[in-house]
Design a protein around this ligand. Structure first.
Ligand code: PNS
Length: 162
C-alpha cells in the first residue's frame, strides 16, 4: 500500500502545545506528516522562518514520520510538491470555523485532489493560540505549560531583548 502523506501547514509563530497535539493526532492517521512553515505571512512574524523551523524541530520527537519544510506560495502547491493527499488543520473553537471553511473551499477549488482534514485539540489546549501566547509573554506573564520548553525559552529571550 502506498505511503499516505499529510501536510500540516501554518505560521507556527511560535509552535504551541496545541500544534503538537494536532501533529500527534495526525501521526496516528497518516504514515508521514510534513509540517509546512509559511515564510511570508501577511503579519510580520515574531520569529524568523529559521527560528520557527528550529523551534519545531526541537519540540518534536525524532520520529521518522514527521518532516519540517518551508513554503512561500500556495499551500496546495506545497502539498502536491511533498506528495500529500491531505492538508491537516486544527480546530479549537467555533470562531475558527469560518476562516477554515473558506480556506478549505478555496484549496479544494485550486486542487480538488487534496482534501482537508480537521482535527480537534484536547480540551486543555482549546484556548491556546500563538497570538495569545506572544501577548502574555510580552506582558511578562508565564504560561510555560502552553508551549514546549524550547519555545518558552525563546519567547523569554525575545522579549528580554526588546
Ligand atoms: O497558522 P495559520 O497562520 O492559521 O496558517 C494559515 C495558512 C498558512 C495555512 C494559510 O495562511 C495559507 O494557506 N497560506 C498560504 C497561501 C494560500 O495557499 N492561500 C490560499 C488558501 S486560502
Amino acid at each position: 500500500m502506498s505511503e499516505r502523506t499529510a501536510l500540516y501547514p501554518g505560521s507556527f509563530d511560535p509552535v504551541t502545545r496545541g500544534h503538537l497535539d494536532i501533529l500527534q493526532r495526525a501521526c496516528l492517521i497518516f504514515d508521514r506528516v510534513v509540517i509546512g512553515v509559511l515564510q511570508n505571512p501577511s503579519k510580520t512574524p515574531l520569529f524568523t522562518t529559521d527560528e520557527r523551523v528550529d523551534l519545531i524541530r526541537r519540540s518534536i520527537d525524532d520520529g521518522a514520520r514527521v518532516e519540517v519544510g518551508t513554503f512561500d506560495g500556495l499551500t496546495v502547491d506545497f502539498a502536491q510538491q511533498v506528495g500529500a493527499i491531505a492538508i491537516v488543520r486544527g480546530l479549537r473553537v467555533t470562531s475558527d470555523f469560518e476562516n477554515e471553511f473558506q480556506m478549505t473551499l478555496m484549496n479544494r477549488r485550486l486542487n480538488p485532489d487534496i482534501h482537508t482534514v480537521f482535527l480537534m485539540t484536547s480540551f486543555s489546549n482549546v484556548f491556546i493560540s500563538s497570538s495569545i501566547i506572544k501577548e502574555v509573554f510580552r506582558l511578562g506573564g508565564t504560561i510555560d505549560d502552553a508551549v514546549p520548553p524550547a519555545c518558552a525559552e525563546a519567547l523569554r529571550r525575545k522579549f528580554a531583548k526588546d
